[in-house]
Structures are given as structure tokens and as C-alpha cells.
Unconditional design. Structure first.
Length: 125
């Protein structure tokens, strides 16, 4: 139930962010976020951070940012894979291709395309 609510929140935020970006006349967007509930506002910030950079830190991003980034990358079941990314932390700074994460994710047999999508959403600072 929690993952379904989280997925609904992420999808709602992504849709809202798209609408705000396309139709907002405000240059700072303050009027749009001021009316948002606190729970949505935090997830909206995570989605906004993801959309600006395209990638999030595999080592430092909170779960909400990981879920948003994986969802944006087209990863199926992004909340599950965000949990796995967190479970295998930390990642070595010189492992820019996230080879250790790839090996650990392969244990779950998600398929090479899914692993590629997961890694494409992440960076190691």
C-alpha cells in the first residue's frame, strides 16, 4: 500500500511539474509551491532536483530523489530499485560506471536494460 501511494505521489508530482513548467507565468514558481501540501512539496523538490540535473547521487540522494530519478529514467518499479541502490551504499568515487552496483543488481535478475536505466539515472560524486 505504501509503495502504491508513493508511486501515485511521484506520478502526480511529475505531472504537476510538467504542467507548471509549461504553463507557469511566474518566473520563480513561488505561487505554485506555496499552496502545495507539505508532503507533496518535499517530493516536488526531489522531482525538481532530478529534472534539473538528470542524475542523482547514488551515495547521497534520499530515497524520494532516487525514486523520482528512476521513474524519470523509465525504470519499472522504481521504489524497489531505489531501496536496492540504498542497500548497497556506499559506492567508490572512482567507480564512475557503478560496476559494483551493476553486479549487486544483477543478483536480482532485473535484466540488462533495467540495470542500464537504473545506472543512467545515477552519478557518483
Amino acid at each position: 500500500m505504501r509503495s502504491a501511494k508513493l508511486m501515485l505521489a511521484v506520478v502526480s508530482i511529475a505531472a504537476s511539474a510538467s504542467l507548471v513548467a509549461c504553463g507557469s507565468s511566474s518566473s520563480d514558481g513561488a505561487s505554485d509551491t506555496a499552496a502545495a501540501p507539505a508532503a507533496v512539496n518535499g517530493a516536488e523538490k526531489a522531482a525538481a532536483k532530478t529534472s534539473k540535473t538528470g542524475k542523482v547521487s547514488a551515495n547521497n540522494a534520499p530515497e524520494s530523489e532516487l525514486v523520482a530519478a528512476l521513474h524519470a529514467a523509465g525504470v519499472p518499479n522504481p521504489d524497489r530499485w531505489a531501496h536496492e541502490v540504498i542497500e548497497y551504499r556506499p559506492y567508490a568515487a572512482d567507480d564512475t560506471k557503478l560496476t559494483s552496483l551493476r553486479k549487486n543488481l544483477a543478483k536480482h535478475k532485473p535484466g540488462e536494460k533495467t540495470i542500464d536505466k537504473i545506472v543512467s539515472a545515477l552519478t557518483v560524486p
